[in-house]
Each structure stands twice: as C-alpha cells, then as structure tokens.
Design a binder for this molecule. Structure first.
Ligand code: FCB
Length: 453
C-alpha cells in the first residue's frame, strides 16, 4: 500500500476564481466598464465571441456558491475584486454598492469558516484608465494605490490575506505585446513599460495594505512554468532561459530586490523593446518594488520543452509524454507534476520567500455529466492527486508551502478561450446556472477532511 500523504495541520486547502471569469453583472449597480468588457464585446477577439456579461452569475448567486464551498469543506477561498465595481472610472468616485457586494461576500465566507484570500487585480482594469494609456503609463499606478486604499479600508478588518496582482507577466505580454488578452495591443515597447508599472503598482500597494489591514499577509501572484531545454545545445538552452526570464525572472527578480535580470534587459534591447533604454524606471522605483512581502503565490500549470535545433531522434532529449488525456489537458498543456516540485524548490531556495501558496493549479477537461448527473472527471482527479503529491515532496525538502488553491472552484469564462475550456471541480450549466460537484470535487472533499490522501 502506498504511503499516506499527510499535510500540516493548518494547511490552507482552497479553490480560486477571478471576478471577470465568474461574476457577470458587468454593468450592474454602478460598475464601470473594464478592459475585458470592451475586449470581449469586440467581435473576433474571443473564441465563439463569448463574453463575461453573465458568466456564472456569481454576483447574484454568491450565497449558493459559498454553499458549495461549505459542502467541499474548503478552508480558504481565493477570489478577486473587480476594480471597476469599486471605482467605476478607475479613480475618483467610490461606488458603495461595489464595496457592499464584496463586504457581504467576505462576511458570508467568515460565517462559513472559510478564510477569504483576496486578489486586488486579476486583469479587469477600468476602461477609462486604459483610454489614458492603461498599464503602459505611470499614472495607472497612482490610480491603483487609490483603489487599493479604498477597498482595503473597507475590508481590511476582515480580510487577512491580500495578493496585489495576478500574473503580471500575462497582463504585460499577452495584453500589450501579443494582443490576445485585453487591451489587445501588439507593441513590445509598451509591454515592457506595462510590466514595470505593474511591478510598481504592486510595490506601492504593499504599505497601503499593511496600513489598512493590520496583521494581514501581503504578497503577489506569479505564474511559473517548468522550462526545459530539449538538449544541451546553446539554442535550446537559450530558448528555455529566455522563456523563464520573460515569464518569471523579469518579475520575481525585482520583487525580491535583485532588479531586472541583465540577460533579459539585453534580450529586450535586441528585440527593439527599449529604444530609450530603461527610461521608464525612475529613481527609487526598484526599492519600492522590492517592498518586503509575506508570501509569494505561484500559479503552476505545466512544463514547456524548448526544442529549437535539437534533432528529433536525439536519445538525450527529454521527450514529453504522449498526448493522451492522462498526460495532456484540453488546453494542450502538459500534465507534469514533477515540474511543480522543481518550481517550488527553485523559488524557495533561490528567492527565500517567507511563505509560498500555490494560488492556482488545475486542469481543463470538458467531461460532461452522465445520464445520472455524475461527472466522472477521472483525469482531473489524477491531475490533482499527482500535483498534491508533488507539492508534498517539495515540503518534505523544506519548502514552506502554506496552502493550495485549486483552479478553479467552478467552470467559468476562460479568457480568450471563452466557455470552451472547463477548469472547474464543479460543473456549471451556463444555460440554467445549475452547479454539480464533479467527482474530483468529491475526492478533494475527502482530501481536505483527512488533510491528505
Ligand atoms: C491563469 C489565470 C486564471 C486561469 C488559469 C487557467 O493564467 O490566472 O485566471 O485562467 O490561468
């Protein structure tokens, strides 16, 4: 019999969502337009032209959703706050109805004994700010501070876990360089500016949160992948290094006080991204960005293999697994749990964060309910089980992992993929808003209850 995998007593088992992906009510109760509203309402941007106008109707059904969390026995819930609900035009007038919504949600969670874990920015920027240049301009960081102040003043007495921004690299590169996320721009020069202002917004927000929410844990959420060169050739190695540099080090290094990684400054220069050098970095910025934090949240989804010039038949090459559902999810992302162990160990030993949370990990499989209404999503259960075990191995090696948020609590609007990709452990029928616990959710419930498996 396999050994039991047991987690520490106070391990924070959770699930995560994000405002735009579940709330709906995009123009209700004074909410301002967000960049994602604008982007999804532009034909041709999203698969099927899906949008988040209604999504999971969570803005109305939040009590029912807390009921689901209770049923699962979740210890914590990671959600994000929609900035345009709080400050409809980004700064200036506060919308009390928006604050009230999150205030009730937080009270509901606390009543259910579920720790609220709030993210301030999970991509839905007020469109008015985007019209003024969005993250590519510095003034957006002042607006972010104003918003942070308003919402943490309101909730800071009850929310004791704050993440500033979610996956800064995805906002900068997918939003401003590749154009596949809102605001849909394709300008590498703007994207490096956006990256800097996202980092600065994080750094400026940390002391504001600390002031308004005494004793809270504050950190940010970075995405990390396991980047592997397919061979020892310089081209393969460089490709993997640059991929890691772009998506992880460009953000983690400044947050941990190391400044921007020199090899990547050179890389961005060579791409013409820095025609005037790093002119957007002002005196003192790097110190602000390096404000001490209490944790780093990591979102991990898999491995990226870099094969630029390695021959296909080289026996040295670390082939990925065959593309069966066991090894590949429907996002076409590889299921590679060892990369989670490696990533956790690397981040801990390299950057020495005080604490780590896995703020997202999960898999897209579209398995629908059968005739009896059961969702037999065996591949998701297998994905979660192998990743929980991988995280546990990292903890045994000394990594201070304090919690694990499964992405996602329920199927939802998956950005440019629309509703076609289902990451939930709860099935959602988007016509009727019925929710069904998938088998993975039932299994997760037993894990939480036994604190292991
Ligand atoms: C992450 C996002 C999250 C979700 C997952 C699948 O990059 O933070 O909102 O879409 O990917």
């Amino acid at each position: 019999m396999a050994n039991k995998t047991v987690f520490p007593k106070d391990f924070l088992w959770g699930a995560a969502t994000a405002s735009y992906q579940i709330e709906g009510a995009w123009d209700k109760h004074g909410k301002g337009e967000s960049t994602w509203d604008r982007f999804t309402h532009t034909p041709g941007k999203i698969k099927n032209n899906d949008n988040g106008d209604v999504a999971n109707d969570h803005y109305r059904l939040w009590k029912k959703d807390i009921g689901l969390m209770k049923k699962l026995g979740l210890k914590a819930y990671r959600f994000s706050i929609a900035w345009p609900r709080i400050l409809p035009t980004g700064s200036g007038k506060v919308n009390q109805k928006g604050i009230d919504f999150y205030s009730r949600l937080v009270d509901g969670l606390l009543d259910a004994n579920i720790t609220p874990f709030a993210t301030l920015f999970h991509w839905d920027l007020p469109q008015t700010l985007e019209d003024e240049g969005g993250w590519a301009v510095r003034s957006t960081t002042d607006a972010f501070v104003e918003y942070t102040d308003a919402i943490t003043r309101a909730l800071g007495d009850r929310v004791k876990h704050w993440a500033t921004l979610n996956e800064l690299s995805v906002v900068a590169w997918l939003g401003y360089e590749m154009g596949v996320h809102a605001p849909g721009l394709k300008d590498i020069k703007l994207s490096v500016r956006a990256a800097h202002h996202l980092l600065l917004a994080h750094g400026l927000a940390v002391p504001v949160i600390r002031r308004n929410s005494p004793d809270a844990e504050v950190g940010t959420v970075l995405n990390i992948g396991w980047k592997v060169p397919a061979s020892k050739s310089t081209m393969d190695m460089d490709s993997a290094r640059i991929d890691d540099g772009r998506w992880f080090r460009w953000f983690a290094d400044p947050v941990y006080g190391r400044g921007y990684p020199a090899d990547m400054v050179e890389h961005f220069s060579s791409l013409g991204a820095l025609p005037n050098g790093m002119d957007f970095v002002q005196e003192g910025d790097m110190k602000v960005i390096a404000a001490p934090t209490d944790f780093v949240g990591l979102n991990y989804y898999g491995r990226n293999l870099h094969r630029v010039d390695a021959p296909d038949n080289d026996p040295q090459i670390d082939f990925p697994f065959p593309k069966t559902p066991e090894h590949w999810t429907e996002m076409d992302w590889e299921n590679y749990p060892d990369g989670l162990t490696g990533s956790l160990a690397r981040v801990y030993f390299d950057y020495q964060p005080r604490k780590i949370y896995i703020t997202e990990n999960g898999a897209s499989y579209s398995t629908p309910p059968d005739e009896k209404g059961n969702v037999l999503d065996v591949h998701r259960t297998n994905y979660l089980k192998t990743h929980f075990a991988a995280a546990h191995r990292a903890m045994q090696a000394g990594v201070p992992l304090a919690g694990y948020f499964v992405w996602s609590l329920m199927d939802n609007f998956e950005w440019s993929f629309g509703y076609g990709q289902r990451f939930g452990i709860v099935w959602v029928n988007f016509e009727t808003q019925e929710r069904i616990l998938k088998d993975s959710a039932k299994w997760y419930k037993t894990v939480i209850k036994k604190n292991g498996f």
